[in-house]
Design a protein around this ligand. Structure first.
Ligand code: TRP
Length: 340
């Protein structure tokens, strides 16, 4: 008798799996680019949202002192943004040893050129300007194990992850072909076509560049950052008429935080020079605060009880292990491995 995964998964029929490396506090780009989407997905799918600490280790193996706190802060942001632990399964990768085992097994049938050709990996090596470690080379195989251990069918990711996912599909197909089974799904991307929020300085938004508003920033911190945001560079004095199209940051943010009418008004008043940039930022600040208020309040609430966060991750770990243990039993059987 082999275990079926259906026995351990919830009634929602389709499975979504995704993950994030623990980078600590998240910013508004993460919110609009990822979390908002996850919050919707948890209503329709059986969702597994994983904190990928082993993936973080592939590049930060020599700098792990903040790991525990980064995991805690990121979980707080997920919950604050509306990820509901009653609806989705939240867990930390390193708490699921079955993922490591599946990674090992899948690595046996992954041809080296598949991972060597991964463009995302090449970029990472370039940025790190380091030798390519064995562990980092396995990045896409580990990611495949994350997805397939939960039998994930859909993977919400950004464009940068598509190459990884293609490898996951190839590995799943190869496994099924070699062992004559249909056990592993070929995971499909759920692309989020969300326009990117750029940083306040006009560069790519990134925590290390200090050009982002964090979900954990309060109203005052938000203003201190927002006031540095770049506007139409040709508009020097308040009386100069501005061009909203040249206002790459502040005017763009209106699209994410304010109503369409408020955006049109901001554009009109910029062109007619009846609204100055500082005033424009203050009006935007109100909309940002309104949008982030419920998130900030939730975050504060959760932050008062660290034990509760640990309980949530523990509960997710139990569920994720149940599912992955069933998968691994089926994988070992399909591969005709020794049953210990
Ligand atoms: N590599 C992903 C990123 O950097 C994170 C990740 C790890 C992931 N495991 C995953 C994404 C599984 C989707 C599915 O964003």
């Amino acid at each position: 008798m082999s275990l079926t995964n259906k026995e351990t998964t919830s009634p929602k029929y389709n499975t979504v799996m995704s993950g994030m490396r623990p980078t600590g506090k998240l910013h508004i780009g993460h919110y609009f680019g990822v979390l908002k989407n996850w919050v919707q997905l948890q209503e329709q799918y059986d969702c597994f949202f994983m904190i990928a600490d082993w993936h973080a280790l592939t590049t930060k193996y020599n700098n792990t002192t903040d790991f525990e706190n980064d995991i805690y802060e990121m979980t707080l942001d997920w919950l604050a943004a509306g990820i509901n632990p009653e609806k989705a399964t939240l867990y930390v990768q390193s708490g699921i040893p079955e993922i490591a085992e599946l990674h090992l097994l899948l690595s046996m049938l992954t041809p080296l050129p598949w991972v060597q050709g991964d463009p995302t990996l090449k970029d990472m090596v370039k940025i790190l300007s380091e030798e390519l470690n064995y562990g980092l080379l396995g990045y896409p195989v580990l990611q495949t194990a994350d997805i397939l251990a939960m039998l994930g069918q859909y993977v919400p990711v950004g464009k940068d992850q598509l190459a990884h996912l293609e490898i996951s599909r190839d590995i799943a197909r190869r496994f099924n072909h070699i062992y004559q089974t249909d056990l592993l799904p070929e995971p499909r991307p759920l692309l989020t076509e969300i326009p990117m929020l750029i940083g306040l300085d006009g560069q790519k938004m990134s925590k290390s560049l200090h050009n982002s508003i964090l979900l954990s920033d309060d109203e005052d911190e938000t203003w201190q950052k927002l006031r540095t945001g770049i506007t139409d560079p040709a508009r020097v004095k308040k009386d100069d008429p501005g061009s909203p199209d040249q206002c790459q940051v502040i005017y763009k943010y209106y699209e994410f935080f304010a109503s369409p009418e408020a955006k049109v008004l901001a554009g009109d008043e910029c062109r007619s020079a009846s609204r100055g940039c500082v005033q424009c930022k203050k009006i935007l600040l109100e909309s940002i605060n309104e949008t982030l208020r419920p998130i900030r309040e939730q975050r504060k609430l959760y932050a008062t009880d660290r034990y509760q966060i640990e309980k949530i991750l523990k509960k997710g770990q139990v569920k994720a292990r149940e599912v992955s243990q069933a998968t691994l039993q089926n994988v070992r059987r399909a591969m005709k491995l020794y049953e210990s």
